[in-house]
Write a protein that binds this ligand. Structure first.
Ligand code: NDP
Length: 253
């Protein structure tokens, strides 16, 4: 389904990362992938994780460093000369902002969370679009805290609202170039980032009790949806937030 397609995956920290589940699903359909990492520690890990892949590219890309972002896309252009899809799976907020009341969010924590978790989407889309000459697909990762209050999720919920809104504005800007932009609103998964949110185990238990499917999602289910969204099977879908949450979001009282 993705044979001969070139994709870029941002946000693999380890095997449990949602980004890695997306990468595995896309590779299972024949995609060729490039990966970005943040920091030397992750370079070693990612290089090992991707050691058996053919024709891959592992490059640094801390989104707070514009010259690194520019260099990453130059490297992709140089190696492949084009890009068919991009999976944006990065977020960050200072730990102290993910505990207690949103009211107490510092200016610094707010700006950091919004910069890394939301601004980074238009930032990378701007660099990716010129490489998507035959059209393309961009997918990002959101969470239910974008639209409803989730205890302790705080500034990250506000960042996810901005991310989902960005998805719509980018879809409108890039649609005439046949570049689609969609978000996946994933149910909670126990990853490295998720552990930064206080009482993650409480979220997981709540979903298991309340979601129509009476279980939590598996990262592979997010990966499969991302694979669908970057493939031609979803050619008529853009600007959407698609839930992969075992139905949790539909429940009222
Ligand atoms: P991971 O910790 O595995 O992935 C988060 C990634 O973001 C890491 O690779 C991290 O790198 C990267 N990152 C942080 N800061 C920067 C930066 N400045 N520049 C570049 N990369 C950076 O967690 P997940 O897989 O859970 O998270 C992936 C996405 O999915 C996030 O957007 C998250 O909000 C979203 N999501 C997660 C859910 C969950 O329950 N796990 C539910 C719904 C959405 P590093 O480790 O070096 O900081």
């Amino acid at each position: 389904m993705l044979k001969d397609k070139i994709g870029l995956v941002l946000g693999v920290a380890n095997k449990r990362s949602i980004a890695w589940a997306c990468a595995e699903a896309c590779m299972s359909q024949g995609a060729n992938l490039a990966f970005t990492y943040q920091g030397e520690r992750l370079e070693r890990y990612l290089t090992k994780l991707t050691a058996d892949l053919e024709d891959t590219l592992v490059i640094p890309c801390d989104v707070t460093n514009q010259s690194e972002v520019d260099a990453a896309f130059e490297a992709i252009d140089k190696k492949y000369g084009r890009l068919d899809f991009l999976i944006h799976s990065i977020a960050f907020a200072p730990r102290e902002a993910l505990d207690g009341e949103y009211l107490d969010t510092s200016r610094e924590a707010f700006l950091t969370a919004l910069e890394i978790s939301a601004y980074s989407l238009p930032q990378v889309a701007r660099s990716a679009a010129p490489l998507m000459q035959d059209g393309g697909s961009i997918v990002t990762m959101s969470y239910y805290g974008a639209e409803k209050v989730v205890e302790n999720y705080n500034v990250m919920g506000v960042a996810k609202s901005a991310l989902e809104s960005s998805t719509r504005y980018l879809a409108s800007d890039l649609g005439p170039k046949n570049i689609r932009v969609n978000a996946i609103s994933a149910g909670p998964i126990n990853t490295l980032s998720a552990r930064g949110v206080k009482n993650m185990s409480g979220f997981l238990k709540h979903v298991e009790e309340r979601a129509p499917l009476r279980r939590n999602i598996d990262a592979r289910e997010v990966g499969n949806t991302a694979m669908f969204l970057v493939s031609d099977l979803s050619s008529g879908i853009t600007g959407e937030t698609i839930y992969v949450d075992c139905g949790f979001n539909i429940m009222g009282i």
